[in-house]
Design a protein around this ligand. Structure first.
Ligand code: GLN
Ligand code: ZN
Length: 763
């Protein structure tokens, strides 16, 4: 049985691409040096896969920032405001990704959105009515040739035209249908160029097919592909899907002239059933996604072999089956080799990207053995699933079982609380605040690292952070903020930090995965039942509170986000794990309140992450327990305690009632990149929660002007009740530099004051 990998991580085992890109952005290295780093990373990846014996190795899965942006750029989907800057190629590309502020102009970055149900973010291509779609680059061909020179005959990865059209944002009156024909022709040109370069297989990735599709969608897909496939020439085309099953279009795609179809048998709840009931064409390869590209647990060979056996029976003996990953390995870390601290008792249960290559190979071998269960590889693998050290805690399980219905409801109701809080806090109109973190400068990271390594005492570590906190408070007072934060200097990451203070978690040293651009996160691993050992944030918040007379917001991460940004267990449900975490955070909320913190923010940055891709599953499979889990965290506080929450990205237009049902008092969210569309929806849905739509984009170093913020606020006030509007950036500031942060925040507070004064005059 042959093996395939949908795509490989690209940031580098030691995040080499991230560090090189950052140096390039700062002008510390030149373009050539960045390009050389990229080349050497690609080479490592290819050779690693070749060495592991993988048959179908991807090329063009590399990207300097994002694969969706790559195809947009490749087909000249470059909005005029970037093209007209007159920058070089790579610089134009980066201007679209990160915005540009320099001697040639001043533009914001394109919008960024979550890549389906992952924590990876893609850049949203923007297509206006005048878009001139045509093939202008040769990245896929160049990378194919680069691999070839290393002896690798790669499968060429490309986001497919249908998914590209569906994910793009249309700024004029035209839509996807108007561009389908032109785009398809350009894909055909590219495929022909690949054919000239002697590429054998092109993998067109169409994850959009796992969503609910309309008849129009199906028609559009068929139109694009019947045209494209009729012109494919010598090149074989693999239709690759992932993140779910393709129930709405399975019959249609199996009838089209694809040479292979890649299906996800892990997240695709119905994939196996589809193949069994509807059959699979004998003239196509079936790329069976059975090794999880999203989670880090060792594959259970028994289950996988059982599925393969069923597939073989359903497809004439399985001659055409290629064993594959369920999605790109982009979503898992590189290798367990980098983990030196975790004992083998733990790591033997895991498989990262490199280890998954071996799993693919081993399963492929076992799948053709007559008695796999007598082989050592199989027996060892099965021994992993019989027991795990330190994973059960009966007290935690009992506490979850004892949760009552009323524990999910905060009393009194929202409006009663709102009145009580207004009186108690007496904040001005349009209160100003930030989302929590302040720049994590080199000294902050150094302090944490030295403490971790045992190079400085706990006292020295704490003293340093206290100094940072008091400076941060002072800065916020100087700038004139109404609700202050302590700055989160003690946190490496909003989830890892809490994980480290909870029982039931384990941590890695280098298990980084890409989140956006070259920014990475290091998700902790939920190993067992979760509980809180002792108060986590109370001392820092209390100290910050003692530095000022202004209110200081306590800062916690919510249970759904902690779960969604961790690698979850596979032996109990994610709902059960989330409730365990919710009880732990609930204890922290009550401790903060008891220690004089009157405003507590519980971040749910990643609430939407595990929202099922099919709308029909939203409530029953997810929101029906995720939203109550959030309420469980704050239902025990007094009416005068104000609960904030924060969500990244404004993509909740379609779940506004669920967001309101979180029953927070205030919510802050990203809005600056999406032209405030969300505000209309809030209004239409009678959103009760007070809102702080981010007034500027913190994902880029650009400093917003006072006028720009005033104008954003003025627009907001047309849609939001003046008594409900907060003024804040759109996310935490930890990735930003100190200088730009101070300038941006100063402008933010000035703008709030301008609008406040005008508003008072008008009234
Ligand atoms: N409080 C966190 C911070 O400011 C929130 C981060 C986030 O939403 N991603 O860093
Ligand atoms: Zn955020």
């Amino acid at each position: 049985m042959k093996t395939a990998v949908i795509g490989f991580p690209r940031v580098g085992k030691n995040r080499e691409l991230k560090f090189a890109s950052e140096k390039f952005f700062k002008g510390e290295i030149n373009e050539k040096e960045l390009i050389d780093t990229a080349k050497s990373l690609r080479k490592d990846n290819w050779l690693k896969q070749k060495e592991a014996g993988i048959d179908y190795i991807s090329v063009n899965d590399f990207s300097f920032y994002d694969n969706v942006l790559d195809v947009a750029y490749l087909f000249n989907i470059i909005p005029e405001r970037y093209a007209s800057l007159g920058l070089g190629e790579l610089e134009t590309y980066f201007a679209m990704a990160r915005g540009y502020q320099g001697n040639k102009g001043n533009v914001k970055a394109l919008a960024m959105k979550k890549w389906f149900n992952t924590n990876y973010h893609y850049i949203v291509p923007e297509i206006d009515d005048n878009a001139d779609i045509r093939l202008v680059g040769d990245k896929p061909v160049a990378e194919f040739e680069e691999a070839k020179s290393l002896g690798i005959d790669g499968k060429v990865n490309l986001i497919g035209p249908f998914t590209l059209l569906k994910l793009a944002r249309y700024t004029g009156s035209k839509n996807e249908k108007d561009f389908a024909d032109a785009l398809t022709s350009e894909y055909i040109k590219l495929i022909s160029n690949l054919s000239d370069a002697k590429a054998d297989l092109v993998q067109l990735e169409e994850p959009y097919l796992v969503k609910d599709l309309t008849t129009d969608d199906i028609k559009l897909f068929e139109e694009i592909y019947s045209k494209l496939l009729s012109k494919k020439g010598q090149v074989k085309i693999l239709l690759q899907t992932y993140f779910g099953d393709i129930r709405d279009i399975y019959d249609n795609v199996t009838k089209l002239d694809f040479d292979g179809i890649g299906l996800d048998f892990l997240e695709g709840r119905k994939t196996l059933e589809l193949v069994k009931t509807n059959g699979f064409p004998a003239d196509k390869l079936l790329f069976a996604g059975l090794v999880n590209g999203k989670n880090i647990w060792a594959n259970n060979f028994k289950t996988t072999l059982e599925t393969l056996a069923e597939l073989k029976a359903a497809t004439n003996g399985g001659e055409n089956i290629v064993l594959s990953t369920s999605c790109s390995l982009l979503h898992v870390p590189y290798t367990l080799d980098s983990e030196t601290k975790l004992s083998k008792d733990y790591t033997k249960h895991f498989a990262f990207a490199y280890e998954k290559l071996n799993e693919l190979k081993t399963i492929a071998v076992l799948s053709v053995a007559s008695n796999p269960d007598i082989l050592d590889d199989y027996k060892y693998n099965q021994s992993l699933f019989t027991s795990r050290v330190n994973s059960k805690d009966e007290a935690v399980q009992k506490r979850v079982a004892a949760i009552k219905d009323e524990d999910y409801t905060r009393l009194p109701d929202f409006h009663t609380r709102e009145t009580i809080q207004k009186e108690k806090l007496s904040l001005p109109l349009f209160p100003t605040t930030t989302i929590g973190s302040f720049p994590q400068t080199a000294d902050v990271r150094k302090n944490r690292q030295e403490f971790r390594k045992g190079l400085i005492t706990e006292e020295a570590y704490k003293d340093f952070n206290k100094k940072k906190i008091s400076e941060c408070i002072q800065l916020q007072e100087e700038i004139g903020f109404d609700v202050l934060v302590h700055g989160e200097y003690e946190r490496n990451d909003m989830v890892e930090y809490f994980g480290e203070h909870l029982d039931g978690y384990v941590f890695t040293e280098k298990a980084w995965v890409q989140s956006y651009g070259t920014r990475c996160v290091k998700p902790p691993i939920i190993w067992g039942d979760v509980s809180r050992k002792s108060p986590i944030t109370v001392a820092w918040s209390k100290y910050a509170n003692s530095c000022t007379n202004k209110p200081v917001k306590g800062m916690l991460t919510g249970p759904v986000t902690i779960l969604n940004w961790s690698f979850p267990r596979e032996d109990i449900s994610i709902k059960e794990s989330t409730l365990q975490i919710a009880l732990a955070i609930r204890d922290e909320v009550l401790d903060l309140e008891a220690n004089g913190i009157n405003i507590i923010q519980i971040d749910e940055a990643a609430l939407r992450e595990k929202l099922p891709l099919r709308q029909s599953d939203w409530y029953s499979q997810y929101l029906d327990w995720a939203i109550p889990a959030f309420r469980l965290v704050h239902s025990g506080v007094k009416p005068e305690t104000q609960i904030h929450t924060h969500m990244c990205y404004s993509e909740f237009t379609d779940i506004i009632p669920a967001i309101d049902a979180m029953d927070a008092d205030v919510i802050t969210f990203e809005a600056s990149r999406s032209d405030l569309q969300i505000l209309d929806s809030l209004k239409a849905n009678n959103f009760k929660t007070e809102v702080g739509p981010g007034v500027y984009d913190i994902h880029s170093p650009r400093v917003p002007s006072v006028d720009e913020i005033v104008s954003a606020l003025t627009k907001m006030l047309k849609r939001i009740d003046d008594k409900k509007l907060w003024v804040n950036p759109d996310c935490g500031l930890k990735t930003r530099g100190e200088k730009e942060t101070k300038e941006s925040l100063t402008n933010l507070v000035k703008a709030a004051k301008v609008v406040r004064n005008e508003h008072v005059k008008d009234a």
